[in-house]
Design a protein around this ligand. Sequence first.
Ligand code: ZN
Length: 461
Amino acid sequence: MRVRFHGAAGEVTGSCHEVEANGHRVILDCGLIQGSAQDERRNFEPFLFDPAAVDALVLSHGHIDHCGRLPVLVKRGFTGPIWTHAATADLLKVMLEDSAFIAEMDAEQANKRREDGHADHKPLFTRADVGPVLRQVKPLAYDAPQEILPGVTVVLRDAGHILGSATVELRARENGAERTLVFSGDLGMKGTPILRDPAPVPRADLLLLESTYGGRAHRERAATVTEIGEILDHAWSDGGNVLIPAFAVGRTQEMLYWFARYWDEWNLSRWKIFLDSPMATKVVEVYDRHEDLFDTAGRKVFAGKPHPFRLPNLRYTADVEASRGINAHERGAIIIAGSGMCNGGRIRHHLRQNLGRKQAHVLFVGYQAHGTLGRRLVDGAPRVRMFGEDIQVNAQRHTVGGLSAHSDQPGLLAWYAQIENRPRTVLVHGEDDAREALAEAMKSRFGSDVSLSRPGMEIEV
Ligand SMILES: [Zn+2]
């Protein structure tokens, strides 16, 4: 078996690895490169392999940095099966359609801005390109070995990162010997609500391990949850609204879970709760269909009252009219909306309404990247520019850590330690400082053979 590294090699987006196994070509993930405009232009460049020569693709999970270039791969000639967990197959439709819609809007706006009349900005892919991808998807269950090509078998195991997320075990029989490659995908934190903990894998000849937070330890989740309750109390006594910018997959459902779990303690029946995100609403429907994947504690909360997705005062606002209607509430509303970093989506309209009010609270529950509006707010900007206006920020801002969807260094080490033969490892999906810290820890703790992937690097398994 031979592995070639293409994406998420020294960065955290654009996940893509190529495997040659028993004479077949398999791609693991085909993710979108995200970041600056310059980074994102790389999505248009040719793949460094021939899409038409790929026999099969295995997708670890539905985040766009793992699946977002699939429509491009298919447009350029890939016709093989896309093996992934059944819940990821459901999420894939939502994620790709949303991504295509944003790409179409961005291209349209860029063309409008051009003064010379040339409309040459093209979206990376359109909503029409999504259907062909979905038709190639072959859904799998966890822990069910599947021969995807002659002599090549795949087993998906729960990665506990988002619904349907998987670690990928790829076994190939070559010249009479079996070799096993394990790709961690993105690994969740132990104890993440709703989801099961990342499942252990028995052994591997080579491990591709994610390292997003390879250099740090997260704050205790319990402390974070207590803090959220305190902020809600505080906001109620101030007489303002609470705005929660949240990613559509995972964090939004987790917030609703906490609301149900602490319904009485946090006195939530006095609030009006709005989920103002059509995409997050679609993701809630996918979660609803896959309750069998929840962990024991999660199933208990979902079987109790109130049900996290059917809180008595929760409104899902579908159209723009209903979304605007939320503006009538100057106090007593909890508004969850995307995007998670405030660089698009309906949250911006609510921020515009509420940022000037000193009794309003903005609760950041997810990572805010440099250059985003969310980051400027978190950093305490006294004014921000939105919709062509300068807006004075009087609202109170809170950043709660500890809800990460990624395992931290202790979590990654513990998961690695469960693999019986402590395999040779290549670190992917991490900035260099995080990867170096994790590599150092693995070498000193276990004496492991660890290296960092680079684009174009090849390894024989
Ligand atoms: Zn992910």
